[in-house]
Write a protein that binds this ligand. Structure first.
Ligand SMILES: [Zn+2]
Length: 305
């Protein structure tokens, strides 16, 4: 019996157990949440299944978070971590990609006086271009336009999220990007600079997500540096700018040593989307990607070690 329990502890992760003990004993939590698209209804050509959340669910989540955590600005949370001065249960809200639904969310956050950080791809604000995933998803779910996606693109699409083959990645991404002009204006995905300009700097910050939404692990050192420099150059003109970088796609396979070099040289902290426990106070920090799952279950075991 003991052996079995021990085995299951190993299987389920001793870190979770340690996190839970910390939580019960010290009542200390520190969590960064990531949101993407939020809307009243899921529209297959406009929203991505893994990163969409229903507006009502979002509002319920906010209510839960307000009752159980202190929601503080990301820069404040990072400062606490730096100073190793965390006493309480804290949440920072972040929203990636500059999605059009930010326009729906900001009035709610203002009404509730809740701080948040928006990670923006500067190439897409204003809808001159879009992330290849959004373009593919739009065409794939549009019966009149699906034929524009060749069999080759469709076959390669799943692979480009995991491949190490730069040519396969670039060729496929470029082919998809060239189809952008088939998206009509009323279906555009992103908000615009006008909206970003008006964000209240007492509540909100804007931060880096790359000029374009690419897997940094498949870019050269120079391209990674140029992308972040260009991203920063544009965003630093806004009073809400804060120099933090959330990695596009955010997984372990989406960055490499050059990414760390670039972040080090630009003095940026990098946020991933890997969920889980914060084990150090260093350059890289995990975040939890919020989907339609039960948020309470998702965050109850998260902690600082
Ligand atoms: Zn993103």
């Amino acid at each position: 019996m003991i052996k079995k329990t021990f085995k299951s502890l190993i299987k389920n992760g001793l870190f979770n157990l340690r996190g839970e003990i910390n939580r019960l004993m010290f009542d200390k939590q520190f969590i960064i949440l990531t949101y993407h698209q939020i809307n009243n209804e899921f529209i297959p050509q406009s929203h991505m299944p893994g990163s969409f959340i229903n507006l009502k669910v979002f509002i319920n989540q906010i209510e839960y978070l307000k009752k159980n955590y202190e929601i503080i600005p990301l820069p404040e949370l990072l400062k606490m971590l730096n100073e190793k001065n965390i006493k309480g249960k804290f949440i920072a809200l972040t929203f990636d990609d500059g999605d059009k639904s930010n326009e729906l969310i900001v009035p709610i956050l203002v009404r509730e006086q809740l701080p948040a950080t928006f990670f923006l791809n500067t190439a897409y604000l204003g809808n001159e271009q879009a992330d290849f995933c959004r373009i593919f998803n739009y065409l794939y779910h549009n019966p009149l336009k699906k034929h524009l996606l060749t069999n080759e693109i469709i076959n390669n699409y799943e692979q480009i999220f995991v491949t190490k083959d730069k040519n396969l990645y670039e060729d496929t991404v470029n082919s998809i990007n060239s189809l952008y002009n088939n998206i009509i204006a009323e279906d555009y995905f992103y908000t615009n600079y006008n909206f970003i300009e008006k964000l209240d700097d007492s509540l909100f910050t804007i931060a880096l997500h790359g000029h374009e939404h690419h897997r940094f692990s498949l870019m050269t050192y120079e391209c990674q540096m140029n992308s972040l420099k260009q991203n920063q150059q544009i965003l630093m003109d806004f009073k809400t700018f804060d120099p933090v970088f959330s990695l596009p796609f955010g997984g372990y396979y989406d960055y490499n040593f050059d990414t760390l070099r670039v972040c080090g040289e630009m003095k940026l902290k990098m946020l991933l989307n890997t969920g889980g426990i914060i084990r150090n106070h260093g350059l890289i920090l995990p975040r939890i990607n919020v989907g339609q799952d039960n948020l309470k279950g998702l965050i109850s075991m998260q902690n600082i070690i």
